[in-house]
Design a protein around this ligand. Structure first.
Ligand SMILES: Cc1ncc(COP(=O)(O)O)c(C=O)c1O
Length: 424
């Protein structure tokens, strides 16, 4: 029996299915499980999202029926695997509206995408001694540390856009930071710790008017709003598959051809070369130039299927459901004595960071876990944000489109239980 991609995929004619959260939940088997004898309430979606059956099945099917290395063999299975992997790249291209599939580089994730850029920009002399890179105070460590490693090699300086008490970027400060030494702007689209959705189009336009390229860290944006890289006109856009209902260990670096062509390879090895002799190696075209070695084939296929699944929904429905959860939970949380929300930007994603007077965030997380409620506690890989608000940690609830108002009620009840435990 010949098995093809369609065996693992959702049908595409059913675009924009009706937004019925109970039906959607049936697609995600983990949401049915019990944790500590209570139904799981999964509010840690900013850390990683759960996977629908179609994604899980695509990985099982790949290893069961389709497993072979890609781009290398002329045998049947190798052709099948290659087609599946390259079909996934095409799906990603359409999903973010890249001009061409060769602008879609498959990586391990957001972190690897930014490290690839820092490393290759440095070697390409796009960044030289004395240059400056603008980031913001609300970056994830993945958009700070790679640049600091680069700064150790070259005398490149990081300039930081400050944030307000509400958690919004100071756009005037941003404009003032730009000068003739600025060679790059690298900014988070949506903050994982504050929920702030940044005005990325405006940030890009301001940088471009000074001829400066822009990287957008889209890790927290892709699952929650439609991304069109051509409309944004960003020069690079990075994200991770696992935050988009796809597998871990796979991600995307989108780059404009004009920049990707200028950058040298990141790693050397198989699959990225045209010719090799001991005297000289010539490199393959995009995207292969940046994809040395056997990639995460199952991960790439799974990400393609996750996108195909997401394409069955209207993003406007996803956004309005998540926004409803954000508003409902915010209102209920603000009624809790001593609770303070960290990150109150006017335009927010479905992420709520909070603290409660006199109770350590770890205690909040541990106690509500006994009620089956999974949230994240800690610095969220954003220590500069914690420093900005004079905190060491927050508790964070983050919603996805499969979460419900009833789950918010369970979460709120669990928070009251925490308060009661600490007051008695
Ligand atoms: C805004 C942001 N950037 C980057 C990352 C790093 O993503 P990954 O660990 O998948 O590489 C994360 C992960 O939480 C994130 O939220």
């Amino acid at each position: 029996m010949e098995l093809t991609y369609e065996h693992t995929a959702v049908t595409e004619e059913k675009r924009f299915r009706e937004f019925d959260v109970e039906k959607i939940r049936e697609d995600f088997p983990i949401l049915k499980r019990m944790v500590n004898d209570k139904p799981l309430v999964y509010f840690d979606n900013a850390a990683t999202t759960q996977k629908p059956n179609v994604v899980i099945d695509s990985i099982t099917n790949y290893y069961t029926y389709e497993n072979a290395n890609i781009h290398r063999g002329l045998h049947f299975l190798s052709e099948v695997a290659t087609e599946l992997y390259e079909t996934a790249r095409l799906k990603i291209k359409e999903f973010i509206n890249a001009m061409s599939a060769s602008e879609v580089i498959l990586t391990k994730g957001t972190t690897e995408g930014i490290n690839l850029l820092a490393n290759t920009m440095c070697r390409a002399d796009m960044l030289k001694d004395g240059d400056e890179i603008i980031v913001s105070q609300m970056e994830h460590h993945a958009n700070i540390v790679p640049w600091q490693l680069l700064c150790e090699r070259k005398k490149v300086k990081l300039r930081v856009i400050p944030i307000s008490d509400e958690g919004e970027l100071d756009m005037e400060a941003y404009k003032n930071l730009i000068n003739e030494k600025t060679k790059l702007v690298s900014i988070v689209h949506t903050s994982n710790a504050l929920g702030t959705i940044n005005p990325v189009k405006e940030i890009i336009d301001i940088a471009h008017s000074a001829g400066i390229p822009v990287i957008i860290d889209g890790a927290q944006a892709v699952a929650h709003q439609k991304i069109d890289v051509q409309e944004l006109d960003c020069d690079f856009f990075v994200f991770s598959g696992h935050k988009l209902f796809g597998p871990t260990g796979i991600g995307v670096l989108y780059g404009k051809t004009e920049y990707l062509d200028k950058l040298p390879p990141y790693q050397g090895g198989g699959d990225m070369i045209r010719t090799v002799t001991f005297e000289k190696t010539t490199f393959d075209d995009l995207p292969n130039k940046f994809e040395a070695g056997t990639p995460n084939i199952a991960g790439g296929i799974g990400l393609g299927v996750a996108i195909k699944y997401l394409n069955t929904f209207n993003f406007a429905d996803i956004s309005s459901h998540e926004h409803m959860l954000l508003e409902y939970a915010t209102e209920k949380m603000l009624e809790i004595p001593g609770l303070r929300i960290i990150g109150n930007a006017a335009i927010k994603s479905s992420v709520i960071s909070f603290i409660i007077d006199g109770i350590h965030p770890y205690d909040i997380g541990t106690i509500i876990d006994t009620d089956g409620v999974a949230i994240r506690t800690g610095h969220h890989c954003t220590q500069p944000i914690m420093q900005r608000y004079n905190l060491t940690a927050t508790a964070r609830a983050s919603f996805a489109f499969y979460n419900t108002k009833d789950e918010v009620d369970i979460f709120i009840k669990a928070l009251y239980k925490v308060i009661k435990m600490f007051s008695s």
